[in-house]
Design a protein around this ligand. Structure first.
Ligand SMILES: [Zn+2]
Length: 108
């Protein structure tokens, strides 16, 4: 039966997935670092920063590319200004959302 998923098959799928990267993740990560350099936020713990990343990424289209064995892909196409503005606007929105309603209590 060809549709039986074997352990080897799962291992292979995991390997393939690891080679597929989302360029938008890199862009959002850089935009968030830029934002944090110039602004202070209510809480910058790992959980809140991960929430901000996830919220921002859910609002932006994914741009997948293939990177075999960790090979570094230098993107020749840089983001056009309107994309950069949109990414930063979504980062700011996510920061506001997470600051207003963090996943954890702000009171120690
Ligand atoms: Zn936090």
């Amino acid at each position: 039966m060809s549709n039986v998923v074997t352990f080897k098959g799962i291992q292979r799928s995991c390997k393939i997935i690891n080679n597929v990267k989302n360029y938008t993740e890199i862009v959002v990560h850089h935009a968030l670092q830029d934002y944090l350099r110039n602004n202070t936020i209510a809480c910058s713990c790992e959980r809140c920063l991960a929430d901000i990343m996830a919220l921002t990424l859910n609002r932006l289209p994914a741009r997948y590319y293939v990177s075999m064995q960790g090979e570094l892909i230098i993107k020749s196409e840089s983001l056009v200004l309107s994309d950069q503005v949109r990414v930063m606007a979504d980062v700011v929105y996510a920061v506001q959302q997470v600051s207003t309603k963090p996943s954890h209590s702000l009171v120690p």
